[in-house]
Ligand binder design. Sequence first.
Ligand code: ADP
Ligand code: ASP
Ligand code: MG
Length: 405
Amino acid sequence: MSLRVQKYGGTSVADIERISNVADRVQKAHDAGDQVVVVLSAMAGVTDKLIALASQASGSPDKRELDVLLATGEQTTASLLAMMLKSRGYKAKSFLGYQAGIHTDHMSGKARILDIDSKRLKTALDEGHIVVMAGFQGYNDDGDITTLGRGGSDTSAVAIAASLKADVCEIFTDVDGVYTTDPRICADARKISTISYEEMLEMAILGAKVLQIRSVEFAKKYNVPVHVRSSFNEEEGTMVINESADMESAIVSGVTCDMNEARITLKRVPDQPGVSAKIFGPLAEAEIMVDMIIQNTRSEGETDLTFTVTKDDFERAKEISEVVAKEIGAGEIKTATEIAKVSVIGLGMKSHSGVAAIMFKALASENINIRLISTSEIRISCVILSKYAELAVRTLHSAFGLDKE
Ligand code: ADP
Ligand code: ASP
Ligand code: MG
């Protein structure tokens, strides 16, 4: 008997018929003698609708109340599946985040899981229940409901799998697995059969929304085997596992695109020690994550300083930058929101040179201008204008030979 955590995303529970398909799958695993914990997302589009409703109720919705509202999406699907399974004669029980012991910090809307007390779930499993857990939600020290950020049900699933020491965490979604790039952008994208935690983490960080970033961090930290697969067929999907000796180390295994960043440039920043700290200190205090940073010398004693933040943080980052620019005697501030970050990722880059050159040449061949560049051991990212994003993804995908044979 093995213990399986199965997470179903929004499209997989979009209506009663699809929830019924989920019930069939869960039933099958249970009938085969496995213990099953099901983690559900809200029905597709519901979280967006709830956010829109909140903004109709209030110009800037209270964060505590917004979490209470958003958590209802997952509460709906979890109860529906549990009652459906019960009416089919199965022992099943739904659990909200707090009932499942998902204890988080206080960051409303993007809470982090601190620890999990899975006693109640274990008891329910031991009693022979199919456990149905509402994803995306937890509770904080005050006993208030929190949510884990968009796409957070992935993290609920991997975290509960780690806590229960499950044999596998299956992420059922609307694509057949993790692809070499978003199959919706590039028709030639190929399904990857196995990928390391490290590469998957980079892909998630760099915009492949198929898994939430934190879910991959959890999987890596607790060594949870994650199987990303389709809820619409029986095909094997992609195994996300530890890097192993026999794993093919492609130089580039994936291409990603992130449209969620914005760029801020402070012109004519005095070139003196301590100036960068004066700019990035207040941003850090405001809990704004800065991604890329670039400094260009303009003339003797002056530089232009450019950085990127997520679009959510853009307005606040701009306001803070304007205040700081005055304080330090910098010039005007330039911004751009119509940008995209395209990246290539691969473990094989650790031991191969020339990847950057291929990337720059491929973008140049399509006349795509690169605005910013950043690199790590296993990835290279370029910021370009967003109107070229899809073209850039397809061009890089083929330049690195990732197309279907
Ligand atoms: P769910 O609702 O099941 O959580 P998501 O919409 O969050 O599903 O994630 C699945 C989507 O991720 C796919 O429909 C696909 O468009 C997108 N995606 C982006 N990059 C990739 C990739 N490299 N491989 C697979 N899917 C990707
Ligand atoms: N329903 C939430 C969202 O749309 C969480 C999830 O689906 O993982 O972001
Ligand atoms: Mg998702």
